[in-house]
Design a protein around this ligand. Structure first.
Ligand code: 2BA
Length: 107
């Protein structure tokens, strides 16, 4: 069994949750915040049998879009430059971690 941790943009979270329900995939959704942009995103925790991990990753890939954002380097805590220009960055689709699970119990 594996735990898939998927960080997606909140704009994609509803569609992704619907896709999980349609495919009978259990998940938990957490409201999270990206450390770099300090913007809200959504983290899904999905406990899943090994043979279904690929399906989960395929669904996440299908439903998550990369988007371009502009950020002002002034907002980075480590630097403050009044003359800096906004910088374009590409956020997402999704950042996924697949972690082994030693034990899974539901009481
Ligand atoms: P944020 O930390 O807010 O990062 C948003 C986007 O800013 C990132 O998109 C990336 O394009 C850029 N970025 C982040 N850190 C950077 C840095 N040190 N230098 C330059 N650009 C940087 P994604 O890579 O698609 O990440 C989207 C969100 O996924 C992140 O939001 C964070 O919440 C999460 N994430 C990404 N990589 C992670 C990791 N290794 N561990 C934990 N969370 C991660």
């Amino acid at each position: 069994m594996k735990l898939v941790i998927a960080i997606v943009q909140k704009e994609d979270a509803k569609k992704l949750q619907r896709a999980f329900i349609e495919n009978n995939i259990r998940e938990t959704r957490l409201a999270t915040t990206g450390g770099f942009l300090s913007q809200g995103n959504t983290t899904f925790l999905i406990g899943i049998d090994d043979e279904h991990v690929k399906t989960v990753l395929r669904i996440i890939k299908q439903e998550s879009k990369a988007r371009e954002e502009y950020m002002n380097p002034n907002m980075v805590p480590t630097g403050f430059d009044m003359n800096s220009q906004p910088v374009k960055i590409t956020v997402g689709g999704a950042t996924c971690f697949v972690v082994p699970i030693d034990e899974f119990k539901r009481f």
